[in-house]
Design a protein around this ligand. Structure first.
Ligand code: NOJ
Length: 553
């Protein structure tokens, strides 16, 4: 096992729009982040991943970039950014930026030039295609509903957009596009940033003929866009041109990636990326890959997914560990219990996240046990994915609006995007103005100020877990072995590294639960490293109890 700083790091994701507003316009900004850096330093995290802060018309909250070298007006200026980076580095915090280069905004100069003049060299930066017999070029669906094709503003061709129609896909087969991307990366690398989180990066090599999908209606073209023919070649080129020149941390967001593919992306000998974000566990409560089609899930399924990833990537590769982010529901609402056992289950899930092999990613507010929001009307939502889904489900598929709202309350991305809950004041201390997205009314009970003052809070439990990870290499590097796969309530596993061992017992249910351990494991003299209950009895667990035991051999 090769040791590395990015394996030992704990990452904290900031969604800048919702983190902290410094100028009273209801929108988070860079100066707001600066004002909260001490909070993050105290928490103990090492790396901050900033969701996009670049110039953008905000059709998809910054994941639609119109100038990769500019700062979004809502968020501040380049001076603010330089100060932020300097202030982070002064505290020993590293910065990972979001690289969104599968697509640009339709307001990017390249796309504008491509539309204004069909003979422009920028035309081949994108995918422009003719319609077929008065119809769209093919039946590909966008991830955000409806077709993935849109007619260009003044012309006859259509352009491809796998996300909103304001996010045209870039053609990576054009070497000029790749050179532009590397130059953008170099610009930020020269500023001194420490890493890149790469947005849907396994979509950058499409099957060139863009074949139609079989089946009725619009279909997600996964087989023709994910892990395409040149993706490894392009990532290796990117590594050689930019990443190999520094000690960067990289994580590729990858929709539809198997462990075999992930090994190719992350194996240390292949010089592509450090790790990927897989979605397999994010589909555990969905029918197929239709995230809105929700189904109940079993703990054995979760064990199978994680066990598969933990063991497959053990040799020379690395996992990223996350249970929520800006695209997912709050983890305590989804995998825990956000009512009676909110505190216990938030801590149990945190234990899970920090005791697997891989790099943990904490999403803002997770360390407080923040929960989903329950808006009663679609007008209160802001997320384009949610709004498009509502429109398509109700208007095209004639689904019952009440059912659609139920799915949105469970899975919608705005669950994670409500403003950070700093204190009990109006708007949770996030802003003095009307926030761009309503604050969760439960901020009077769940907020940073109170949790900092309460040694039993979720916040203090995270602090302790992060400290432990720094003290015990086995938490970072240890090999993983699953125990008792069939147990319906308890997820149990051991870790081992250089003679140090962990036994992790996690009750994923709201009922008491017991597990029978082997004689060897039960009789071992071991010490309790951490638990979310006051007096734990090994193997007999309270609702959502977590226990981590340690011993040496
Ligand atoms: C993944 C990002 O995390 C998400 O927020 C965004 O909408 C899509 N990629 C498109 O960029």
């Amino acid at each position: 096992m090769t040791e590395a700083w990015w394996k030992e790091a704990v990452v904290y994701q900031i969604y800048p729009r919702s983190f902290m507003d410094s100028n009273g316009d209801g929108i988070g900004d860079l100066k707001g982040i600066i004002s909260r850096l001490d909070y993050l330093k105290d928490l103990g995290v090492d790396v901050i991943w900033l969701s996009p802060i670049f110039s953008s018309p905000n059709d998809d909250n910054g994941y639609d970039i119109s100038d990769y070298r500019g700062i979004m007006d809502d968020f501040g200026t380049m001076e603010d950014f330089d100060l932020l980076l300097a202030q982070m580095h002064a505290r020993g915090l590293k910065l990972m930026m979001d690289l969104v280069v599968n697509h640009t905004s339709d307001e990017h100069a390249w796309f504008r030039a491509a539309c204004e003049d069909p003979s422009s060299p920028y035309r081949d930066y994108y995918f422009f295609r003719d319609g077929k017999e008065g119809q769209l070029p093919n039946n590909w669906a966008s991830h955000f509903g409806f077709s993935a094709w849109e007619k260009e503003p003044s012309g006859d061709q259509y352009f491809l957009h796998l996300y909103t129609k304001k996010q045209p896909d870039l053609n990576w087969d054009n070497p000029k596009v790749r050179a532009e991307v590397y130059s953008i990366m170099q610009f930020w690398a020269d500023k001194g940033i420490d890493g890149f989180r790469m947005d849907v990066i396994n979509y950058i090599s499409k099957v060139p003929s863009l074949p139609a999908m079989s089946g009725e209606g619009f279909q997600l073209p996964t087989p023709y866009i994910a892990n395409g023919p040149h993706v490894h070649e392009y990532l290796q080129e990117m590594n050689q041109r930019v990443l190999s020149k520094g000690d960067y941390m990289t994580v590729g967001e990858m929709v539809s990636v198997t462990t075999d593919q992930a090994k190719l992306y992350t194996h240390e000998d292949r010089r592509e990326l450090n790790m990927v974000f897989t979605f397999e566990h994010m589909y555990i409560d969905a029918v197929g890959e239709d995230k809105w089609n929700i189904r109940p899930w079993q703990l054995t399924e979760l064990k199978d997914v994680f066990t598969h990833w933990q063991t497959a990537l053990e040799e020379g590769c690395w996992n990223s560990l996350y249970l929520n982010n800006h695209d997912q529901a709050r983890m305590v609402s989804r995998f825990g219990n956000d009512k009676e056992y909110r505190v216990q289950s938030a801590k149990m899930l945190a234990t899970f996240l920090h005791t697997l092999q891989g790099t943990p990613y904490i999403y803002q507010g997770e360390e407080l046990g923040m929960t989903n929001i329950h808006f009663d009307s679609i007008d209160k939502y802001r997320d384009i994915d949610t709004l498009n889904h509502y429109k398509e489900a109700v208007e095209v598929f004639h689904q019952d609006p009440a059912d659609v709202m139920k799915a949105i309350a469970y899975k919608g991305r705005d669950n994670a995007r409500t403003p950070m809950q700093w204190d009990t004041t109006v708007n949770a201390g996030f802003t003095t103005a009307a926030p761009w997205l309503s604050v969760n009314p439960n901020h009077v009970e769940i907020n940073a100020a109170q949790e900092i003052d309460d040694p039993q809070s979720v916040y203090h439990y995270y602090k302790r877990l992060i400290e432990l990870r720094k003290q015990c290499k086995v938490m970072v590097y240890g090999t993983y072995e699953l125990l008792e796969r069939e147990h319906p309530q308890i997820y149990a596993y051991t870790r081992e590294y250089q003679g140090a061992h962990l036994l992790v017992l996690l009750n994923f249910s709201g009922e008491d639960a017991c597990i029978t351990l082997s004689d060897e494991l039960s009789s071992l003299p071991k010490t309790l490293l951490i638990s979310n209950y006051a007096s734990p009895a090994c193997a007999a667990l309270h609702p959502y109890e977590a226990q981590v035991w340690h011993w040496n051999t």
